[in-house]
Every structure is written in structure tokens, then in C-alpha cells.
Design a protein around this ligand. Sequence first.
Ligand code: GLA
Length: 685
Amino acid sequence: MRKIINGNQMVMGTCYYPEHWPESLWEEDLKRMLAHGITVIRIAEFAWSKIEPTEGNFTYEFYDRFLELAEKVGMKVIFCTPTATPPAWLTEKYPEVLNANMDGVLYRHGARRHYNYNSPVYLEKTRIIVEKSASHYAPHPAVIGWQIDNELNCEKDVFYSESDSMAFRIFLKAKYKNLDALNEAWGTVFWNQTYTDWDEIHVPRTTYSDSTNPHEVLDYTRFISASARAYAKLQRDILRKYIKLEDFITTNGIFGNLDNHQMTAESLDFMTYDSYPNFAYTKEDYEKFSRTLGDRMWSRNLMEVRSISPNFGIMEQQSGANGWNTRMAAPTPKPRQMTLWTMQSVAHGADYVSYFRWRTCTMGTEIYWHGILDYSGRDNRRLDEIGEIHKKFQSIQEIAGARYQADAAVVKDYDNIWDAQLDVWHQDLEKISQQSLFIAAQKTHTPLDFVYLNDEGSSTPLENYKVLIYPHPVMLSPERVRLLENYVAQGGILILGCRSGYKDMTGKCVMDKLPGLLTNLTGVDIPEYTRTCPGDEPVIIHWGQERLEAPVFNDQLAAQPGREKYTRVLGYYENSYYAGTPALVQNTYGKGKVYYYGSVFTERAAEVFLEKLGVKTPYQAILELPECCELAVREKDGKKYYFVLNYSRENVTIRVKCPMRNLYTQAVTAGDVTVEAYGTRIFGE
Ligand code: GLA
């Protein structure tokens, strides 16, 4: 039985760095943690030199002493492999282990994650350190699980070293077998890029204005993901040989250019995430994207995590101000905000929440990344709040293992995500629609999932959902189309936005009539399309009583001739030169229905779809909430738990329409309830 995330208990932890503090502090620190409900710590993720101070010399005494103490006081430990920070002796002697920028300039020692996943030397050094650490520390009774590395693909998710070019060629040979096939897939006839020898192929290199072959870059991104996954798998295979049967393997964070779903399936028992909701206020895109919801935007990341592991852990939960000396400067959590963010994580499926970090570091780049305690370690408000959270955790133990509930899901896939990264036409659509769908669902208290699709299937069964929204599946394979057709044929409702189906899986445009492979499923034809023209009056789509803005892109639709029995035009463009042209077509397919919408989904359009298709605000008979509150529902053994999270700085009134148990107090509650600023409530049936 796994020691955490086992469906039986809610557990609190923290990240601790024994190597940062005098040993004389250790025992007091651990006992203070335990006194505040923290029973698990994560250690050693950056401490390679403590175990292998010089090449080939291994010393275990430091963590032996620490683990002995942990066992003595009753603290459980998640031990880490230290590969995120190769030691100076290693990078100096073997510079080929280093990552490089696009010009091939190596990233030198001094930061972290400066290695590459493909250097044979680094792979060998990794094997050795993981083998040594695992064989020595895994049997220890205090150790309950392992974290692989730290935040794979964080800091840099692109790799341009010589080792990467060499490995890229191997990856491509396995995929294409011969150069003719590669040249065809990459469309190298364009601009005379044809390759005549595998050695002419490199990871992308500097070109002017960053323009390079998009089909190559797409394969390169797939290659990075495969490299990171193989690296995790290499470590996992070694760990498995040594860890106790009931112990677990995880890694933390979800970062770009990495198929986290596949990595988890191959190498992890569950995913853990590092949740810093205050980032919402430091991101460059704050003005554009985060402003409406602020720290509540982080719920979108938690949706991603639970699409990978429905019950997951938070390895690093924000407990102080965030900042490096070189970048980022965010405020200290206000009173109750740590509780709010903790319950945000729990609401989405976290059964383990570990705070980053116990005490704020006095040295290095992260001197402003505050932990629970400040530099002095004195008692403070945030430590008190941890104690309060612990009391709440004790009162919500029955929630452990409960799963988030949603009738609607947004469909995603890594190929389209990666294509959108390098295709600004695609990117613009995706950003707006993803953002709008999330915000509309949040504001209307409509629980929403993400479900990831690949050729083999989906991260959760599609038929779990009444409604699926696949905003812009620009790239599609026949396998994926078949999965969608089966879902709809069996009674599902599928909503598609503009630009669906115009590329194949190499990222090249199809020569078919659009929407390409989706023609049969949608019953739609797209004779013409355009980006909207800046400066023109906004294009409007008329759908029943609704007049919806249709910015950025407009597919001008026609129902396919001969299928009138099945298709219905529900919406028309109201203006521009295509006024009167169909903009929304419904097609009956088997027992289900498909809606092809000719534009991006604005917040209003998203809300109208949720409403008209019967999945909006499903709990309105039970709870009435102001917009500023998030509603999340977890369910276990037929029992539902309702999370109400108030992100506003004001007290708000909510209405509990049928009597429910307030889990924090066990009191039966009904009627109007005041939820204080940043307050949370959890109700049980
Ligand atoms: C990440 C890392 C931590 C620490 C924090 C704060 O999530 O995993 O090691 O760097 O961010 O920057």
C-alpha cells in the first residue's frame, strides 16, 4: 500500500534541505513540523555532491544521520535523485553533458537543469548516482517514496547540444527509416532543404527571425519529449529494483515539450505538482490572460494535473512570497490565502499537500522564495496557518481518494499543443478559446475536465462526458477521428471550433476539402475562410437570440449537400462580405451530435454552448454562489463533497439550498452563509 495517495488519508508535508542548515537545528525543525501536522518531508533533490563529492567516491553518512533522526522522531521522507544539479567536477570534466542554446553555446555550471538528456556520459553518471542512492537509501524505514530529478523540462525545455543532434538523428532514423520519407514528411523540397545524408540533420539552429522548417521543429519537440521520458524511465527502472514494494515513484511539476501523461504511465505511480498561485500576478501575460481570475487561474493547471493522475500530490505548495534575486517578485500570502490555495489543490484531487519550503533560504538565487518560516525561523503567522490547515485536514480525511466530477471536458492533444507553439495562426485561436472556456466554466460554476487524446485512446474514457469541446484540432490522424466518431455515434455531443482538420500529423496542410478528415463527422464543408481584418467592425454570429462576437478567424461554412436529413444550420454570420453564410452547423451522427462553430470561442460563446447543451451550472439547485467563488465537486462511494473557494478579498454570502454538513465543523448548514475573504468551505451530503 502506498504511503500517501492511497485513497485513505489526506497528508501534509514540506520540502526540507538538511544540507542548508546546521545539524543542530534538524531535530527541533522536524519536531516543530510534526507538531504542526507535517508528517512527510522531501529531501536531497539538489544534493549530488553530498553523496558523490568527487568522481567515484561515495559518502552516505550525511543523509544516514538525517534519516536516522527522521526515523527516531517519526518523520517520513520522500528521497530524491539529485540529477537536476550535476556537480562542478562532472560538468568541468565532461562538458558534453551540458545543455546549449540554439547557437551551441553551453550553459555552464552555476544554475540548475543545465544538463542534456542525451549525453552518453550523463546517462552513465545518472545510472551510477541513482543506483548508489537507491541501493543505499531506499531500504531505510523512514523513506516512503522517491522523486525523480526535479521538475523535468523546467527552466529550459529546449536542448541544442551536440549529443542532442546525434540522438535526434537516431530518433528520426527509427521514425522514417530512410531520408526520402523524412524529406517527404518535412516538405524539404520547399526552399531547397532536401537532406542527402543523415549527418546534415541537426537540432534546429539559428536562422533569421526564428523561421525554420515547422515540420522539423514539430518532430524535434516530439524528440525532446521522448528524451525526457526516456530519462525518467531510466531512473524509474533503477529505482524499481531497490525501493520497498509499498513505496512510490513520482516526479514534480508539469512543464512544456513533455508528454506528461505518457511519462506518468511509463514511469510514475502518480504525478505531483508544484503549485504557486501567486505566479498569476507576476506573469507577463497577467494583463491579458490572468486578470479576470488572478490566482484562480491556477485551477487550470490543477485540471491538467488531474487529467494525468485523478488523485495526485502537491510536492510544492506556495507558503510564502515568491522571488529570485534576478526575477519574479510576488507578495506574501495574505491571511487565509495559504489555506485557500491548499484547498484549491485538494478541490481538484490532491490528497497530499507539501509546502515549499520549511524555512526561507538565506543564500543563493532563491533568497526571496519564502517558505513557511522566515530566515530567523521564529514562529510566525504562516506557521500558525499551517497548524490551522492541519486541523481542517483532520476534519476532511473522508475525502481522500474522492474524484473530481465533471460532465463536460475540453479535449487536448500534445501534437496540437506543440504545433500551436510554433504556428502563430494556430496559437492565436488556441489561446483565446482555451482561456474563454476555462473562464466561462469557472464563472458559471460548471466543473470542467481536460481529456487528452492520442492515437491509442484518451486519458479518461470519452464516454464519461456528456459534452466534449475540442476547440481547434488543427492536426488530426485517422485514428483520432475514429475515436471521436465512436464517441458521437454512441450518443456523445462534440463541439468543434474553426480551423479543425486542416493539417496532417506532419503539420502540413491537407489538400482535401476542409475540414479534412472531419468531413464525414461534421457534415460540413468550408469553401472559404479568413482571418478577421483589424479595424473592421467586429464580425457577429447570430445564433437564435444570441449575437456572438467572432474574432480572429472565420470559417465560412456550408452544410454538405445531400445530407440535409442530418445537418441543421443554427447560426449565420451577420456582417462582413460573408453576411448570411452559415457559421454554426449541427450534424446528427449516430446517436449523438456534432456542432461545428466557425470561429474561436469567446467567453460568451463558451457560456452559450455550455447552456444550450445542458451542462452549465449543474449544482444550482444545491448551492448559489457569487462569481468570485470557485465550485469544485469530488465524489467517493456515491457521496459528493462540494468545495466553495472564495478568491475575493471581500466576505461573500453564499446560499446553501439543501441542508449539508460543513466538514470543518460537522454542523449541518442551510440557508445564507458568510464566507470570509479568501475563505473556504467544504460541504458533504
Ligand atoms: C520550483 C522548484 C524548487 C524551487 C521553487 C521556487 O518549483 O522545484 O526547487 O526552485 O520552484 O523557485
